[in-house]
Every structure is written in structure tokens, then in C-alpha cells.
Design a protein around this ligand. Structure first.
Ligand code: BDP
Length: 723
């Protein structure tokens, strides 16, 4: 063996050894950017023959990041080091750069493509120049190119052919943001994955590697903004001391195409500005916010803007001064407008002293203001009218404010879906809402079309996801839940994507391309959310979680003075039946939907059974479509949920060997917990509702081994995420 060959041999052996070792210990930190060695020398070779050299065009930090990503990715997947070449390549090469940086020999190929993409879009195309294949990734901006590079790497991660590519893609939504409900003391409201990743105390001088890895992960799925702080805001974040820290994060994120946003506490002018009022029409208040915005933009020229929770759950807002949401939002909008900033004004409101159905309140408060918000205001609406339940019908506001840009807010963190212990793939929930038709008369008026602006011609569009990220080594407390961060990003990029495709990508990028692994895991991911609905809140039940921390079942909760914080308010079980009558004979919440939709929900015969108890108070012996009585059907649904989790446990445990031992074992333990807790949900809910139905459990439903009193006695004073 020649000396050079020997060295090569040693390197390859060492590399293979390391990849084998890697299969034994993987803490999940690398998320879906695992870049494992692609199986099959043939496939690797075909990729290598297409990519003999890397040719980066441009000298920005973003292009440097793109180059680095390709080098890391290709080394991992093809087992080969790639240096970059600066000259025009004479081999088959991968060329990447934005329009202005493309050489004359190439640019002509893309004239048409550039017309089809927006500022963040990209084109990936195979062309032949002087007899050599050139794989070109280009866009109008370097960030567009970076997105293209990630898309390209994903093709390899999912083992797709790259010989003849012609991909033209752009994000369909403008603002694709994570909302961190992170407090300045590093606790995270509704966070189940450790503490906040923002180390405020050591900022601005200490830049945690996490910030960079966070930005990289977000860029890989197209997320372009992050709201760093909790919607229950602390005004201190707007002081110079903190702005200096925020600036450092913004500097880290910028080359990844990510803007920072902050939550604005409406009373900040009083708390940190020394003013006597925060009245949005007060001249001093107006000028205080203008000054504040100017100070922030002086430090962070591309600052995204503010997210505001006002007059909701005790937060201050314009109503404290007899003003309304429009007054508040527009005043802030004026402050950031000169700098290109936006205001995301939340519609999650329900009045303290209202006797109306809580599900109706946001609509009642906001719809009259349609068309009155400034152009740089997005009204941020939760996916459903209550609060991030395992299943809710779509929020009626989506069909009712054609003159206002609405952005949708999903909750990626699992406040109501078993915290980070339950492996629930939320993509199907997101997809279900996005695909819901707000009108039904003129087909195709889906929530996706409302929020991407296409239905009524909106330019400012967006999607927000309440983050499930924390300091846990694997980021999300459960490797499986990384898929929810991933799917949020993919859907914010394209709200028409299918969960099955997203799951497929994620599994391959995160674990394995082996069919024998991908298929069963995909199947259980796609079932997992329905399973959770079944073992927690079947047939339209909602908000029956334990009080405060919302961990575990609590259909008996009736301790709060505010009626709409109690479970009994939501299920209204009595000896006659169960469910919230929101039909025309009840609260008439159905009346907030477009007539066709309202009609469908209003009639118990046409109301989809998954929303039955959301819209109707239904007798225990009501006949469901499958012929079962409501009571039996409900009990069987609870059982079905438990059974599905049992099947998930079984499937996963049969997949040892396809996954490294660490992630395999962790998932095993978490699924065991989920199974235990699914039974806890089933037993306690059925025992509780049985007090009203006074009916026996049907055949096929396991008998509880504990009493209702036992379940009611359980307390979790230190359940995470509740402060
Ligand atoms: C609820 C949470 C609460 C949040 C609130 C919100 O229980 O912690 O502050 O939503 O979205 O889901 O503002």
C-alpha cells in the first residue's frame, strides 16, 4: 500500500468507526441535522459524481454559513471533505450564490426563475456549462441561497436523486416566528424542556454556542423570526441594559435570516419610563414609544417589532384607559413604522366579568375593528377559539376579518397535550386547522388561504408558534417533539404541506432512511395526535385538564372564581348529558361562523362528531353514527386512545437496532410514561363522568383499578411550566 493510500485508509477507518460509535450515543442535540453517512456506496458515489467541487459566490457571512453547512453536511453524508474553489469550476460542481454574484456564463439560465420567487425564495437547477454539470443554487438574497442549500441537503438526507434538478420555491408567508414564552429569570411559561436558552445574565459578553445552533436549526426550516420574551411581558426587556443584550442575539441571528422581536408590556411607559399613564392617545406616551423604538432601531436596525398581549388575563392594555385595541395597536405601529417594524397584536382575550361564552369573546371584541388597523399590524389569532386544546374547531375570526391581516398562532409546546412526555406529532393538528374551510359556500376559503393572504389579497402575512425549546440537551425534552418544531417551520414556509410528507422528511433526516423504520414510525406519528384527543378529550370535550399547570386530567375542577377557568364550565356534565351548547339554542357561538359552516355545526346531525360536545349538550344515550350510545362511544374512544399508545410502545420497542441506543431508550421510557398517563386520563375521566351518566362501562373498556377520589387527590405542586 502506498503511503498516501495508507493514510487515506486510516482516515476512512477512523471515520467509519466514529460513525458506528455514533449509533450508540446520540443525545439528539443535532436535531434533524444529523447528516449521517448515507447507506450504500452506489448512492454516495452518484452524489459525489454530481458534486466534485463547491463554488461559493459572494463573501457575506450568510454565504460562509451556507458553505460551512454544505461542508459539514457532505462530509457527514458522503464521507468526504470538500474544499471550496473560487474560480469557475472545471468539474461537476455545486455553485451557490445570489443573482448579482452569478457569472455571466450561468445567469441566463435563471432569468425566468427569478420572476417566480420572492426575496427569500430559491432556485436549484442542474445545468451544463462547457460540458460540465453545474448544480446551481441561487436566489435574490443570500438568505434565499441559504434556504436553498438547506433544501438541497435535505434531498440528500432523504436519499433523493439530484441528477436533474429544477426546483423553484419561495415561502408563502412573510413572518415565520417562534414565540418564546421565556422570562428574564430563565423560567419558561409552559416550558417543559428545561430553562430558557437565553442566558440574560451573561449576555451581552458571553455568546452561548446554543444561540448559533438555534439560528442554524431555524434557518434550515425557514423560520425567520424569534420573539425572545414571554407574552406576559416584563418591561425591563425594553431598558438599555437589556437592549444591549438583545442586540448581541440579533447580531448572531442576522446572517441566518432571523430577526428578533420583543414583547411590549403596555404599561412600560409607567414602569420604566416614569410616566403617569400608558394611555395610547396621550402625547407623552406616544412620544415615549417613538423614542423607545428609535433607541432599539439604533442598536438593531432590522429589529422585527413588537408582540403584544393586552387586556388579556390581567395584562395591561388600552382598555385600562377607556381606549380600544385599535388605539393601542396603531399607536405602537406608528412608533415602529418609520423603521419598517411590525406589531403583532394578540387576539387572545376574554373579559374578566363577562357572562358570555368564552369561545365567543375574541371575535366579539375584534371583528368590529376589521379594516381599522394600520398596515403594519398583524392581528395574531390562536388556532381555535379557546386555548390550544388537543382539538378545537378553527377560530371563527379567520372567516370574519377580510380587511385585516391575520396571523395564526399555534402552540408547539404541549401545555394541554401532556407536556414533553407525550409523543404527539402536532403537524396533523396544524394541518387540520389550516385546511379547514372558513366558508364552505365558495369552496377553498381555507384558513391557509386566509393567512397566506391569497383569499383577500394581503401582503403582510405570518404564522407564530409558541416554542417548545429549552436548555435540555435535546432542546425539546423529548427527541420526538423536535418534529413539532420542524413541522411548524415547514408549514410556516408552506401551509399546504402534508403532515405525512413532513413526517417522512423528519424521520429520514433525524433517524434513518430504512423503509422498515420509516414506515412504522411515520404511521404512529400520524396517529399520535388522534390518540391523544381520544385518551384526553374525545368527541369535542375540551379544557378538562388539571387546574393551573394543566398537567393531567381534572374534569372535576370547579375551584376558580372565574367560571371559565374551571373544567365544569367547559363540559357541563349533568345527569341528562354532557357538552357545551353553543348552538342557536345555547350560546350561539356557531353564529360567529359563515352561514354554511354555522349550519353544519349547529345541527347535531351534521356537526362532525369530533366537535360534538364542543357545540352541543348531548344526552348520554344519544346514538352516535356507529350506533353506540354517547356514553359507550365516549368510553370506547378513551379506550381506543390508550390502545393506540400501547401500539406505539410496541412499535417503537421493535425498532431497536435502527436507532442509537440513547435515543432509543429515552423514547422507550417516554412512551411508557405516556401509556401510563393515557390510562390515568381514561380511568379518571370515565369515573368522573360516570357519576353523571350512571351507566356501566361497555365491554372492551378496561375497568379502573383506582377510585375517583384517588385521582382527585393527586397534586403536582411543582409541575413544570407553571410559575
Ligand atoms: C394560556 C396559558 C398562559 C398564557 C396564555 C396566553 O395558560 O400561560 O399566558 O395562554 O396565550 O394558554 O397568553
Amino acid at each position: 500500500m502506498k503511503k498516501l493510500d495508507f493514510i487515506k485508509y486510516c482516515f476512512v477507518s477512523l471515520f467509519l468507526l466514529l460513525s458506528v460509535l455514533n449509533t450508540y450515543a446520540n443525545d439528539g442535540y443535532k436535531l434533524w441535522l444529523q447528516y449521517r453517512l448515507i447507506e450504500g456506496e452506489g448512492l454516495r458515489e452518484s452524489y459525489r459524481s454530481n458534486i466534485q467541487e463547491l463554488v461559493p459566490l459572494g463573501d457575506s457571512k450568510t454565504i460562509e454559513i451556507a458553505l460551512n453547512e454544505l461542508q459539514v453536511g457532505l462530509k457527514g453524508m458522503l464521507g468526504q471533505e470538500y474544499l471550496s474553489v473560487e474560480r469557475e469550476s472545471i468539474k461537476n460542481s455545486l455553485v451557490f450564490g445570489r443573482k448579482e454574484n452569478l457569472p455571466q456564463t450561468i445567469i441566463g439560465f435563471f432569468d425566468k426563475g427569478y420572476h417566480q420567487i420572492n426575496q427569500e425564495g430559491f432556485i436549484i437547477r442542474s445545468i451544463t456549462v462547457k460540458g460540465k454539470k453545474q448544480l446551481v443554487i441561487t436566489g435574490k438574497t443570500d438568505v434565499g441561497v441559504l434556504y436553498g442549500v438547506h433544501h438541497f441537503l435535505r434531498l440528500l438526507q432523504t436519499n433523493q436523486a439530484i441528477g436533474k434538478l429544477n426546483i423553484v420555491d419561495s415561502p408563502k408567508l412573510k413572518v415565520r416566528v417562534l414565540n418564546h414564552w421565556d422570562n428574564l429569570d430563565r423560567t419558561v411559561e409552559r416550558g417543559y424542556s428545561g430553562g430558557s436558552i437565553w442566558d440574560w445574565h451573561r449576555l451581552p459578553d458571553f455568546i452561548d454556542q446554543r444561540y448559533i445552533d438555534y439560528a442554524r436549526a431555524n434557518a434550515s426550516i425557514g423560520i425567520n423570526g424569534t420573539v425572545l420574551t414571554n407574552v406576559n411581558a416584563n418591561a425591563l426587556i425594553l431598558t438599555p441594559q437589556y437592549i444591549e443584550k438583545v442586540k448581541v442575539l440579533a447580531d448572531v441571528f442576522r446572517p441566518y435570516g432571523i430577526k428578533v422581536y420583543l414583547t411590549a408590556r403596555f404599561s412600560a411607559p409607567i414602569e420604566i419610563g416614569g410616566l403617569k399613564t400608558a394611555d395610547p392617545l396621550d402625547a407623552e406616551v406616544i412620544s415615549w414609544w417613538k423614542g423607545k423604538a428609535a433607541r432599539i432601531y439604533a442598536e438593531i436596525p432590522d429589529f422585527g417589532g413588537f408582540l403584544v398581549k393586552a387586556n388579556s388575563e390581567g395584562q395591561p392594555g388600552p382598555q385600562n384607559y377607556g381606549r380600544n385595541h385599535v388605539d393601542g395597536a396603531n399607536m405602537l405601529a406608528d412608533a415602529v413604522a418609520p423603521f419598517g417594524g411590525i406589531i403583532m397584536w394578540r387576539a387572545f382575550v376574554y373579559a374578566e366579568n363577562s357572562s358570555d361564552d368564552r369561545a365567543k369573546e375574541a371575535y366579539s371584541e375584534f371583528v368590529p375593528y376589521d379594516g381599522q388597523f394600520k398596515d403594519n399590524v398583524l392581528v395574531q389569532v390562536k388556532n381555535g377559539p379557546i386555548d390550544f386544546q388537543p382539538r378545537e374547531p378553527f377560530h371563527p375570526m379567520f372567516g370574519a376579518m377580510p380587511k385585516t391581516p391575520l396571523m395564526i398562532e399555534f402552540q408547539i409546546t404541549q401545555e394541554y397535550l401532556g407536556c414533553s412526555t407525550h409523543s404527539v406529532f402536532l403537524s396533523t393538528l396544524f394541518e387540520e386547522v389550516l385546511a379547514s374551510d372558513t366558508d364552505r359556500k365558495c369552496k377553498g376559503s381555507t384558513v391557509a388561504k386566509v393567512i397566506d393572504g391569497s383569499l383577500s389579497n394581503k401582503k403582510l402575512t405570518g404564522m407564530a408558534g409558541v416554542s417548545n425549546i429549552g436548555t435540555d440537551r435535546n432542546w425539546t425534552g423529548n427527541v420526538f417533539l423536535q418534529a413539532n418544531w420542524y413541522s411548524f417551520g415547514r408549514l410556516a414556509w408552506n401551509p399546504y404541506m402534508k403532515s405525512a410528507d413532513i413526517a417522512d422528511e423528519w424521520i429520514r433526516a433525524t433517524f434513518s432512511n430504512d423503509k422498515a423504520f420509516v414506515q412504522p414510525v411515520k404511521a404512529f406519528m400520524l396517529q399520535s395526535r388522534e390518540a391523544t384527543v381520544n385518551y384526553m378529550t374525545p368527541l369535542g370535550l375540551h379544557h378538562i385538564m388539571a387546574a393551573g399547570h394543566h398537567y393531567g386530567p381534572g374534569p372535576w375542577v370547579d375551584i376558580f372564581e372565574r367560571a371559565e377557568w374551571n373544567s365544569v364550565y367547559f363540559h357541563k356534565a349533568d345527569t341528562l348529558g354532557v357538552g357545551f351548547d353553543r348552538s342557536t339554542t345555547g350560546s350561539n357561538a356557531v353564529g360567529q361562523y359563515a352561514p354554511e359552516v354555522a349550519r353544519m355545526f349547529n345541527d347535531i346531525n351534521t356537526c362532525p362528531e369530533e366537535y360534538l360536545l364542543w357545540f352541543h349538550h348531548v344526552p348520554w344515550n344519544y346514538r352516535l353514527k356507529n350506533g353506540q350510545s354517547l356514553w359507550n362511544g365516549m368510553a370506547l374512544k378513551y379506550q381506543e386512545g390508550v390502545d393506540t399508545v400501547a401500539a406505539m410502545v410496541k412499535t417503537w420497542s421493535s425498532l431497536e437496532g435502527y436507532v442509537d441506543s440513547q435515543r432509543f431508550n429515552e423514547m422507550n421510557m417516554l412512551l411508557d410514561i405516556q401509556y401510563k398517563e393515557a390510562k390515568w386520563w381514561r380511568d379518571s375521566c370515565l369515573l368522573y363522568f360516570q357519576r353523571f351518566s350512571k351507566m356501566e362501562l361497555p365491554e372492551g373498556v378496561e375497568k379502573p383499578t383506582r377510585t375517583l377520589e384517588y385521582f382527585q387527590s393527586l397534586e403536582f405542586p411543582f409541575a413544570p411550566g407553571h410559575h
